[in-house]
Design a protein around this ligand. Structure first.
Ligand code: ATP
Ligand code: MG
Length: 600
């Protein structure tokens, strides 16, 4: 087996998969070694003028810029860019904009951002730009005429209904169109009339002439050009005929000298046409062999998640979420705002691997990757999410009234190298915020936190002994009282002489800062919200967002936007990229819980 030409450290020791095997085999045999690259996409003559291609392989990621990318696209990006990087190749970013539908530059820009943010690059010396399929319209038209001249395509003027009926079905061969026997000259003239807007929308289509009896319905003379009077965002009104996706896509790959065209399984039945078209266009000398080859892998299906741009757009349009970047959305911008890191998504893509059969990935796999990444990186901090006040009644006698005791704790507990562990500083005073659930009048079995007579440690501070709790008329606890035990401060000699049954998290009333915390839960209650034609709107979780007011320690309040933290015992949170203002208006999003829930 050929060794990867430029192994990237991150991709070392990755398990093999069928795509890797195909690529390694091609590199071994030199399948694509004779290719030339002219520095930009083009036809056979263009590339013949170029140098031997310095890229060992070429892959591509070809999104249609009609929405924001989601976690499924992240998988595809990691596969295509990852394989190119690993095997000394190049991956092209190509906007598949052959459909003259309104494209938004907002989508184009968001796709560029997403690919860069995931840590990948398509730029090569002398070529920083992403490609766009609409640049190839002239060539596609030329290819269509070449097919017509060689007798491989004809203009069909049956009605849409007639075409559908005559296509047949799985059990029934198709019936030839009465227009199928037109001569190349007739077809050429008619196709030019299509192009020149002499025919109405839908009045005719250009079809490849293959085999109306093929067991593969995609080979029963598929349509390759249609009339559509629509203004295209790049080519304006130059064209009133547009290529069909199945015709355009192989050509885009070929002009870009793609070697391995990797797509999802639903395109498997299109592969014979992809190959047929490549062969015909090589015969016509428009394209040079070796042609790109198509390979299919299983798309990502993730439980509790929808991966269809159309349906995600519906969630946004109907206000079910607050935009494409809502932290509940499986879009890359949504995941990012939720606290997902590029590393965690790349780890996820590696972990789920590449297979040839469809399956569902459990959402916990995605969460596990984030947890694993943040465990090493996220600074720790204390936050009280459901606060009740704790008063240390002997404070003024142990210290002086108004005294604040400076405390510190490591921001990263598990740092095992020699780097200096960053510290966080906060202060303990007479009053602190604790979690409401950290007090019980009468402890339930195994309960080790505050109850009258019990001793616990205020984490990073002193051991205290609980005395009593005060309640209002409705029975709600208004404050918990305790006494501080002197000489037990964490990290001081003899601090462990008094045994505490638990350490509880807290935030000082004096230096704690109020923060908005957005507690997110899954957006759907059904693990397969849209499977089998189900209406995904019916399983929307009404409680997917709860906004609470918490108290956080100063190091958290002063966080930079997008900084991730572990709120001790609660899980991982991120300072919201858009709404968080350090110091004055902290806003955090819940990212993912801790593996083990905080012990009693
Ligand atoms: P959608 O149905 O959400 O619009 P799409 O497949 O039409 O998705 P494109 O923009 O055409 O979206 O896709 C760009 C690339 O991303 C394609 O190569 C496609 O195969 C891949 N892709 C899309 N969804 C997934 C998924 N769930 N898992 C893996 N790859 C995907
Ligand atoms: Mg699509």
């Amino acid at each position: 087996m050929t060794k990867p030409a430029t192994p990237a450290t991150e991709t070392d020791h990755k398990p093999s998969n069928f795509l890797r095997q195909i690529i390694e085999n091609d590199l071994d045999k030199g399948t694509y070694a004779s290719r030339r690259w002219a520095g930009s996409p083009g036809d056979a003559a263009h590339h013949a003028s170029g140098q031997p291609d310095p890229a060992k392989i070429r892959t591509r990621f070809p999104p249609e810029p009609n929405g924001y990318l989601h976690v499924g696209h992240a998988k595809s990006i990691c596969i295509n860019f990852g394989l190119a990087k690993e095997y000394g190749g190049v991956c092209h970013l190509r906007f598949d904009d052959t459909n003259p539908e309104k494209e938004d530059t907002e989508y184009v820009n968001s796709i560029i951002d997403a690919v860069k943010w995931l840590g990948f690059s398509w730029s090569q010396p002398g070529n920083e730009k992403a490609y766009q399929a609409s640049d190839y319209f002239d060539f596609m038209y030329r290819a269509a005429e070449a097919l017509i001249e060689a007798g491989h395509a004809y203009v069909d003027e049956q009605t849409a209904e007639e075409m559908r009926t005559n296509r047949g079905d799985f059990g029934k061969p198709g019936v030839d169109s009465p227009f199928r026997s037109r001569t190349p000259a007739e077809n050429l003239a008619r196709f030019r009339e299509m192009r020149d807007a002499n025919l109405g929308d839908g009045a005719a289509v250009l079809r490849a002439k293959i085999d109306m009896a093929s067991p593969n319905i995609n080979m029963r003379d598929p349509a390759i050009y249609r009339i559509r009077r629509a203004t295209h965002h790049h080519t304006g009104d130059t064209w009133c005929i547009y290529p069909m996706y199945t015709f355009a896509h192989p050509i885009e790959d070929a002009l870009e000298q793609i070697t391995h065209s990797i797509c999802t399984l639903e395109f498997e039945d299109q592969r014979p046409f992809y190959e047929w078209l490549m062969e015909r266009l090589c015969e016509c000398k428009l394209l040079a062999a070796p042609s790109p080859k198509q390979y299919e892998f299983a798309r990502l299906n993730l439980t509790y998640v929808i991966t269809s741009k159309r349906k995600l757009a519906q969630l946004v349009a109907e206000g079910k979420v607050n935009g494409w970047d809502d932290p509940r959305m499986p879009t890359i911008v949504g995941l990012r705002r939720r606290g997902y890191t590029a590393e965690s998504l790349r780890l996820f893509a590696d972990r789920i691997g590449v297979t040839k059969s469809d399956s569902w990935i459990d959402y916990s796999t995605l969460e596990g990757c984030l947890r694993e990444d943040l465990e090493k990186k996220a600074h720790r901090g204390m936050a009280v999410l459901n606060p009740v006040k704790l008063v240390l009644t002997n404070w003024d006698t142990v210290f002086s009234p108004g005294h604040l005791e400076a405390c510190s704790q490591p921001a990263l507990p598990h740092s095992d190298d020699n780097t200096v562990v960053p510290e966080r500083h906060f202060s303990l005073g007479k009053e602190v915020w604790i979690e409401r659930e950290d007090y019980e009048d009468v402890p339930t079995k195994g309960y080790k936190r505050l109850f009258p007579g019990n001793k616990v440690r205020l984490k990073g501070g002193y051991v205290i002994e609980c005395t009593v709790a005060h309640r209002d008329a409705s029975g709600t606890i208004t404050k918990v009282l305790a006494t501080l035990i002197p000489d037990t401060k964490s990290g001081t000699p003899g601090s462990n002489s008094v045994k505490a049954s638990a350490a509880i998290t807290w935030v000082g009333v004096a230096d704690g800062v109020q923060a908005e915390v957005r507690m997110y839960d899954r957006l759907f209650l059904d693990p397969q919200p849209d499977a089998g034609g189900k209406d995904f709107l019916e399983s929307i979780n009404p409680d997917s967002l709860k906004v609470i007011t918490a108290f956080v320690e100063p190091s958290l309040a002063n966080a930079a936007a997008d900084q991730k933290f572990q709120f001790e015992r609660h899980g991982y949170f991120v300072a919201d990229r858009l709404d968080h203002v350090a110091g004055s208006k902290p806003v955090f999003n819940f990212a993912v819980g801790l593996k083990d829930s905080w012990g009693k």
